[in-house]
Design a binder for this molecule. Sequence first.
Ligand code: GP9
Ligand code: MN
Length: 434
Amino acid sequence: TKSELDKVKKFTDKHYAKPDPQMYGIAKGRNVIIIHLESFQQFLVDKKINDQEVTPFLNSLYHSKDTYAFDNFFHQVGQGKTSDAENMLETSTFGLPQGSLFATLGSDNTFQAAPAILNQRAGYTSAVFHGNVASFWNRNNVYKNLGYQYFFDASYYDTSGDKATGYGLKDKLLFKDSVKYLQNLQQPFYAKFITVTNHFPYDLDDEDKDPNFQTTNTGDSNVDNYFVTAHYLDQSLAEFFNYLKKTGVYDHSIIMIYGDHYGISNSENPSLASVLGKNADNWTDFDNAQLQRVPLMFVIPNSGGHGYISHTYGGEVDVLPTLLHLLGISSKRYIQFGTDLFSKEHSQTVAFRNRDFVTPRFTSINGKIYNNRTGKEAKLTKKQQKQLERARELVNLELSLSDSLNEKNLLRFYHPKGFKTVNPADYNYSNGLK
Ligand code: GP9
Ligand code: MN
């Protein structure tokens, strides 16, 4: 396994992308607030139905001069869904080919993850706010291995009556009722909020609905309801931001917002086609792949107004090195499969968990290559064929090396400079700030 670890390290060293000096450290010392948008796809951004914006607040953030946003950012989850997204964003390694890494390896594996890195390198306090039972996705165990100091799960909230949905406390209540805990966290903090209301099958109590929002009538209730819960989630964000601004936390924070994975599954995409102005009759795998985009935004208040929408292609494994560099924390010493999205050396080949992949010009699905411009099967020159073969090799290699690292728990044998191994026994979530 020593040689296996060397193979992994050789790969990640070779693909390391050095930071863009313009971006490195622009959020240094700020609190990090992470907002995990459950099942939220990129097509919702700027989307209008019946002449109304579905997510007006998020749209205003997306176009703000304080925001660095990405419109070619893809989820890379497998069967672990939310937990795969969490794993990728906080370790920059992939989830597993089957099942959930959190559930199967999370209790015993050694991680070198964001909460521990930020605490050890820059004194960050770390906390997760998520109104579901702590054992869902084995989080109560995994978070201790990631180095989270606090985990405010359902037991910290009043979830009685109609305050919770199937997956936990409703989003507006999560943000509102977390305030008393958040304001007691020692700054700088790294605080992750995991929302749940916009979760399949997207039902919402009438009293929570916006009476002025008229959703679609495709006849597919998941599609029609999806816009209703996405609109609710957007309103919950607006409320949270008002709170952050009122208390002054806002100006001393960087707020990272992302969608964890798709909400509408491929089988329902034809019902969505008409809403997207597309024809359901000639809907292809290519169209399904394009809908795997999810939002990624870094909101950095009063940072000089240099925000923009980047068209760089990337995925969830790229987030950790990107965030570390924004905070002025070098990432080279860690084993991370992703690369800094702002770096000129960032590789724009985005691997999906099932070994399909997307590049700026081509999409490969079940071995078939589509031209992104036409959406049709690509006619490749010899040179393009070679490039795509190299892309496929990269995808297969990074996925198999990531699986080897995680399945053999190789980080046990890896000691990055200055990193103290996390001891899960150091954390006891029931003695939080309560
Ligand atoms: C469960 C919530 C939803 O706590 O995070 O998880 P998902 O079903 O998206 O994996
Ligand atoms: Mn999810």
